[in-house]
Design a protein around this ligand. Sequence first.
Ligand code: AMP
Length: 312
Amino acid sequence: MSVTVVRTAAAMRALALGWRQAGQTVGVVPTMGALHAGHASLVRAARADCARVVVTIFVNPAQFDRAEDLARYPRTEAADLALLAPLGVDAVLAPPAAEVYPEGFATQVRVGGPADRLEGQHRPGHFDGVATVVTKLFGMTAAGRAYFGEKDWQQLQVVRRLAADLDLGVEVVACPTVREADGLALSSRNARLSPAARQVAAALPRVMSAVAAAIRAGMAVPGALAVGRQDLAAAGFEKVDYLELCDERTLEPLEAPRGGARLLAAAWAGGVRLIDNIAVAAAEPGARGRPAPSRSPGSISGMMKGRGAFPR
Ligand code: AMP
């Protein structure tokens, strides 16, 4: 099955407004291409819910804080279209940058709240760039629903806030993170990992699961996070941008676990920046106040061996 590719905002809007006028809900799946099974899971969710499904493929210059990252971002349109063909999408919107940001473009959406910390601090302007393009893509596609991955947890909260605050009339749907067999979250950037860095990368979900299990078991949060950072360094990560327990909606830091707590991390392996996140429920009944489990030599993973599956 071939896929209809749309290159202009006007053509997309005409197509989508026709669907809307016929009473059909449009589900949009915004992506930057280099598609993998994680993206495919979003498309399947949209396909199950919506009469019409549009996948957007646009490497958005406005959300890259480092020129080198933008230049190196994989662009694989032919393979992307081949991946989408059997999924039955109604259109792929893949506009050139000049179509999205024509000469004279002068408007930016500025997001706060959940955008302020973590990625917002480490990648200045990133979420404003995301919010601006997402607002435009929602408009171009006349979207009624939009599908985002939990892989980018903070982005998901920022987009939810954006849709609510600006009354965009779009229901934001969250889809679970798709992982490799060893737990590494699928990401377009994984293609840039050398074999050695790929080995290191697998430690991110492993250490995060162990930290989450330790916190659930009653270990004090600052101590668990400190050991987790040490473990990531020991596993070969050259830098840990953050490893934090946060409120899952506001992304405010938490000193103790409670309902809606989430562990989020960003770390560098072989020059590639990886992010991940995992739910951390409150301590098991009776666990809080219990003495923290003693550390086995060297690592929280050793300490919590066998306790946790990979992050969800
Ligand atoms: P990207 O192309 O990386 O901007 O991602 C496009 C969408 O796919 C975002 O909503 C991501 O959160 C989602 N996504 C990326 N990787 C995964 C994954 N491993 N599992 C689920 N969703 C993902």
